[in-house]
Design a protein around this ligand. Structure first.
Ligand code: NI
Length: 193
């Protein structure tokens, strides 16, 4: 299983690379990695497993964060409805691409976090409020998904990792807490990406 020891941290050069696109069928090593990344997120959100293995809670992870520079991300966003067992969005996305997005921006009120960043970086990270993302599932079927608000933010954060971009690159250096005009502010993030 993947643990925090497998997660590379800021300063590691792989986090700044543009990751390579994958072709199908995926080799067995890559298919296994995809499953392990999604499993890591589920484990990290399970309080007992997280404590046992010292996992930081995460809702998204990108393959470059475990030092594989390939265009593969996993997201596991729990439902915003606490009664619901069904996650809001849980998937592995291969070669994900944002096809279109809203002009409207959004951000998390408390800023973003990252499993590869062991410090708090305060600041507003502007994101598209709505996106349409195209990707391939593990079988190589093309999928298209419309996302808004928190799941959209998570997917944008992870796709950034495929392009060597860290969340803090998007924070306004001179005025980190300033809200861009018209931005929609979302409440506290349930966990990190
Ligand atoms: Ni991250």
């Amino acid at each position: 299983m993947i643990t925090m020891n497998d997660v590379i941290r800021e300063g590691h050069p792989t986090l700044r690379l543009t990751a390579e696109a994958l072709s199908f069928p995926l080799d067995s090593k890559t298919a296994k990695l995809a499953e392990d990344l999604l499993e890591f997120l589920k484990n990290s959100q399970d309080p007992e497993t997280a404590e046992e293995y010292d996992l930081r809670p995460g809702v998204g992870i990108a393959a470059p964060q475990v030092d594989r520079s390939i265009r593969l991300i996993a997201v596991h966003v729990p439902s915003s409805d606490e009664e619901s067992e069904e996650p809001e969005f849980s998937s592995v996305l291969v070669n994900p691409k944002i096809l279109s997005h809203s002009v409207q921006q959004t951000c998390l009120s408390d800023g973003e976090g990252c499993l590869s960043v062991d410090r708090e970086v305060p600041g507003i990270v502007p994101r598209h409020k709505r996106i349409t993302v195209e990707y391939y599932d593990l079988e190589g079927n093309k999928q298209k998904k419309r996302l808004r608000d928190f799941p959209a933010i998570v997917v944008q954060h992870e796709i950034d990792h495929l392009n060597g971009v860290m969340f803090y690159d998007r924070i306004d250096e001179d005025n980190p807490l300033a809200l861009p005009d018209g931005i929609d502010v979302l409440g506290a993030a349930p966990s990190e990406e």
